[in-house]
Design a protein around this ligand. Structure first.
Ligand code: FES
Length: 150
């Protein structure tokens, strides 16, 4: 397990703890059964997904980058209704790659490695693709799973 994977697991772990705590406390309170069900369904994404940003932010910026710089999300160039998430840590020497909207690719500022939106190597000194995560749009939010995608 490398350092970036540890950071990511730690990051998701803390996020999930913060997400679960209010719902656990809410489970101890008395509320009307139907009202509690509908409110909790919109409170947090399910299935191990974490909110990275909003669709509005993605549309404005062209890409989303998590605060710890371990997840980057862009629209799928093949299908603008879908999103693609990768770990933007360059597989050559660890710099953070940057999304270039004009050429629809990630470019590393250190030694010019280039990667497709899905993390495949397009050029430069590395042959290893960027790790990819499952991502989706739901209720105006961009969600990413902690599970690496093959
Ligand atoms: S660190 Fe990205 S190309 Fe060298």
């Amino acid at each position: 397990m490398n350092l970036n994977r540890r950071k990511l697991i730690s990051w998701f772990g803390l996020g999930w703890l913060a997400t679960l705590l209010p719902s656990s406390l809410g489970g101890c309170s008395v509320a009307a059964p139907n009202a509690a069900t509908s409110e909790s369904a919109t409170a947090a994404p399910s299935g191990g997904f974490k909110v990275i940003g909003t669709v509005a932010q993605l549309n404005t910026n062209g890409s989303l980058l998590s605060g710890d710089k371990l997840i980057a999300v862009v629209r799928d160039p093949q299908d603008a209704k879908k999103v693609i998430a990768v770990n933007p840590t360059c597989t050559h020497n660890g710099c953070t790659v940057q999304w270039k909207e004009a050429s629809s690719e990630y470019v590393c500022p250190c030694h010019d490695a280039r990667f497709s939106a899905s993390g495949d190597v397009k050029g430069g000194p590395t042959s290893e693709p960027l790790p990819k995560y499952t991502a989706k749009i739901e209720k105006g939010q961009v969600l990413v799973s902690s599970q690496l995608k093959n």
